[in-house]
Structure formats: structure tokens, C-alpha cells
Design a protein around this ligand. Structure first.
Ligand code: ATP
Length: 307
């Protein structure tokens, strides 16, 4: 099978005056976990819908394992497991009925894996879906998306509705199992700490445009948070080319900057400053520096509201 599982080129999509996707390029390789991050309305779900063939590419191209998901839905969808943001699973079925129903769609359904996950979540297969809590529904939906061990697993906000333990332990295990088997996972999340923990690669979308698309390792190596000290008081934030965000006052400042700390230190020296302490920036700090604190606040409020 080709290494390239997803290939999106120059994809744009507007809804009326809203540009949901603007010239987006995105690629996903076999065996890797891709985190899609962005504030509310950034365009993540719109991109996912194109991958699933739920939206037709009006401008640009989308290929899953080399095929167009709109023109070849049957051959594309059999390789995909999908968990939607709103977990649209039939209320009137029992968990067991849903498992058998989903099984019928997928030749590779692994009932022992489904049973193992049901057991891990302590879910009673005889229970009707309409009687389940929001978190339990999320768990059932997750099992039906992964139990056929798809080549490509797409999870839209898999954490919403899941409690912290389930998020940390189970989601982690499910995502890792799939990728260790050489399968690909793409998931969107508002939880940057979770994206940082689970992903090999991060794609940041802001107002329909990709603002960062890189392996997590590269992001870590290329973004630092440094405390800096100047010999003289600085009355305005010092202007340095590699700095993406800076705060502080007087002689003491804190900067998120790109590139190596050595070259940043050299540049600082020329304007009378020095690095006091430096560490890798967190994904949250990189996000804030790229899209702004307001967008992070907006995201945090969404998460609080969903609890
Ligand atoms: P969230 O994190 O809130 O789910 P998102 O990143 O998934 O956001 P999208 O759902 O892709 O964002 O939406 C991108 C933009 O396109 C938003 O401005 C949204 O209002 C708009 N949009 C999406 N779908 C439609 C639609 N069917 N009709 C009109 N506007 C839409």
C-alpha cells in the first residue's frame, strides 16, 4: 500500500461569504498520528468532511489512498473509520445491535477487539443507546469507529464528552494501537496538551488557512520560550526577527521564538540582551503565538461549556 494515505492539494471551500478553507494542502502518511488544531470555526470539520467525501472539492483535489472519495465512495470508505463531532448513532438500538450493524458494513470487523474495548469502558452490550450518558455514547461511537481496524481513522473532537481518565488512558491506547499497526489517525482537538501527547504531526488551521504543518519533533526543536535580560531598560518590546510573541517590561522579557537558542542568543547580544533561561515552547504557546490569545480563550470556553 502507498505510504501516502491522504493527499489534499490547494483545497478551498466557501459557504456564502465565509471562506472555510483557503488553498489548503495537507498530507498524511501511513502509521502516523496527525493532530488538527484550530479555534472554533477554523475549518477543521470542513476539511474532514472533504476527506470523507461528504463535501465535494469545488476547487483543489482530495485523494484517499489515491482515490477521490466523492467519485469512489465504496472503495474509499471501506478503509476509513470515522467518529463525528456529534456522535450520530441510532438511539433506538442496543449497544450490541449497533456493534452487529456496524460489523455488517466492515469486512475487517474484529469482534474480540470490540469486546475488549466494551469491557475496558465497562459498557453493558444489552443497554439501549438512548439510556447512555454523553460520555458513554462517545465511548460506543469510538468503538464502532475503530473495531474494524481501519487504514485511516478520523476522529472529529474525540475528547468531547469523555472524562479526563478516559481521555488520557483509553483514547491514548486506541490511537496508539491503530498507529502501531501501521495505520493512520487524523484527529481534531481543542485540547492542545492532548494533541501534543498523541500526535506525530500537527496541522494548525486558522481562518481556513494552514498556519503550521510540521512534525511535532520539528515544532519542538524549532520553537523555544526564553527568559531574557537586557543591560538597559527597554521601553517598548524589543523587535527581533525570530520572535513570534514577547511580553515583559524594563530589563526582563519572555519571548517565544523560532530557530535555535544559539542563534537567538547571538542576535540578542547585538542589542544588549542575553538569554537567562530557555526551554522548548509548548504547543499551546506556539498556538497562541500563531493565532492569538483570544482564539485560545475562545477554545477554552468551548471546552468548559462542553464539560
Ligand atoms: P469547531 O472547532 O467549532 O467545530 P471547525 O474548525 O471544525 O470549528 P468548521 O465547522 O469547519 O470549523 O467551520 C468553518 C467555517 O465554515 C465556520 O465559519 C462555519 O460557520 C462555516 N461553515 C461550516 N459548514 C457550513 C455550512 N454547511 N454552511 C454554512 N457555513 C458553514
Amino acid at each position: 500500500m502507498s505510504e501516502l494515505v491522504v493527499e489534499v492539494n490547494n483545497l478551498s471551500r466557501s459557504f456564502g461569504k465565509t471562506k472555510a478553507l483557503d488553498c489548503v494542502d495537507f498530507q498524511a502518511n501511513r502509521g502516523k498520528v496527525y493532530g488538527l488544531v484550530g479555534a472554533n470555526g477554523a475549518g477543521k470539520t470542513t476539511l474532514i468532511k472533504h476527506l470523507l467525501g461528504l463535501l465535494r472539492a469545488k476547487s483543489g483535489t482530495v485523494r484517499i489512498l489515491g482515490e477521490d472519495p466523492v467519485k469512489k465512495p465504496a472503495s474509499v470508505l471501506k478503509h476509513i473509520g470515522y467518529l463525528s463531532e456529534d456522535r450520530d448513532i441510532p438511539d433506538w438500538m442496543s449497544i450490541d445491535e449497533l456493534m452487529r450493524y456496524t460489523n455488517a458494513y466492515h469486512s475487517g470487523w474484529d469482534q474480540s477487539y470490540a469486546d475488549e474495548l466494551l469491557n475496558t469502558f465497562s459498557l453493558d452490550p444489552a443497554k439501549k443507546i438512548k439510556t447512555l450518558s454523553r460520555g458513554m455514547r462517545a465511548q460506543v461511537a469510538l468503538i464502532s469507529a475503530v473495531a474494524h481496524r481501519p487504514d485511516l481513522l478520523i476522529l472529529d473532537e474525540p475528547s468531547s464528552g469523555l472524562d479526563a481518565v478516559v481521555r488520557k488512558d483509553i483514547l491514548n491506547a486506541v490511537v496508539r494501537t491503530i498507529s502501531e499497526e501501521g495505520r493512520t489517525v487524523i484527529f481534531s482537538s481543542h485540547l492542545l496538551e492532548e494533541v501534543e501527547r498523541l500526535s506525530d504531526h500537527v496541522t494548525m488551521i486558522h481562518q481556513g488557512r494552514v498556519t503550521l504543518d510540521s512534525s511535532l519533533e520539528m515544532i519542538n526543536n524549532n520553537h523555544h520560550c526564553s527568559s531574557i535580560r537586557f543591560a538597559e531598560q527597554q521601553h517598548t518590546p524589543p523587535k527581533l526577527e525570530s520572535v513570534v510573541a514577547i511580553s515583559g517590561e524594563g530589563r526582563f522579557w519572555s519571548a517565544i521564538h523560532e530557530g535555535s537558542t544559539d542563534s537567538f542568543g547571538n542576535t540578542l547580544q547585538k542589542i544588549g540582551g542575553e538569554i537567562v533561561e530557555s526551554r522548548h515552547a509548548t504547543l499551546e504557546e506556539v498556538f497562541v503565538s500563531k493565532v492569538g490569545r483570544e482564539d485560545l480563550r475562545e477554545q477554552t470556553q468551548t471546552i468548559e461549556g462542553a464539560k
